[in-house]
Design a protein around this ligand. Sequence first.
Ligand code: SF4
Length: 331
Amino acid sequence: MDDVRVGIPRALLYHEYAALWTTFLSGLGAEVVVSDPTSKTILDEGVKAAVDEACLPVKVFYGHVLDLCRKGVDYIFLPRVVSVERRAFSCPKLLGLPDMIRHNLRPFPYLIDETVNLSRKPRQLYGALWRVAAPITRNPLRIAQAWRRATKAHAEFQDRLRCGYIPGIQAAGASGGAIFTEMGRADAAGAPGLTVAVIGHSYNVYDRHISLDIVSKLRQWGVHVVTADMVPHQLVQEEMERMPKDLFWSTGRRVLGSAYYLLRSRAVDGLVHLVSFGCGPDSLVGELVQRRAARLRTTPFLLLTLDEHSGEAGLVTRLEAFMDMVGVARR
Ligand code: SF4
């Protein structure tokens, strides 16, 4: 069973779980094939194949699955991630993704679409690991070792993100230096020049094509860039505990909590929020962040809505105007 080729779409939750998934599957003995970075072809194919109501990241996901179909994989790894923490869940589009893909794309390799729901039943994970491994190996020792290595790789990946590593933009392993501590030091790393936060779903911020490479553009202008992953989990949690009502979308919590923290602590000179057209959670979180920024009036704020028609020229114009505003506010 060692020749099984398993494809992983380089989209959506891959941007958070790349190290975990690739280490686990290759540790089981599979040949792991990751789709190419998002390109115009992948985006166009995804837009054509997806249902009209889908958000941009889901459309891009379709394009990555088609890319893997061309690469001739035996299986596509598409876990149905319902929840990875207590009382917080993935959005409905992520929950329905395996069904949408199976229904819309045919003929099609087999899906490994095991459900992961750790909200109430953390022990459910062990059964899920066994079932994911089944097409590749049934050796319990090998499964346990692969999982141990995978969780270690995931923890290291998370640490690098916190220290300023931006996947897809920096060389793997490089980091930009620690920014915040658990105690909430908010001096923007003491970096010279301006510091701007680019906040949004990891699959928007870390995908250079979707984000129109906004992080690289800011860096070319000498701006120090901060992402939501650089804000420690504890600070995000504290911000969320101040909310009158709990927000139960996992990715929305991280975006909202980190944005609130950065605004309240004045840790950055400007804040850019990337939202996806067609995203229900973003429409709420975007509104909340925008209102908080307007109320506090401490940090220039820019909301950018991304869709398949977003053009680079328009983005650069808006970004230049925003950076002028950030520069004036800093003086
Ligand atoms: S959270 Fe929004 S952008 Fe992400 S998959 Fe769900 S609808 Fe799409």
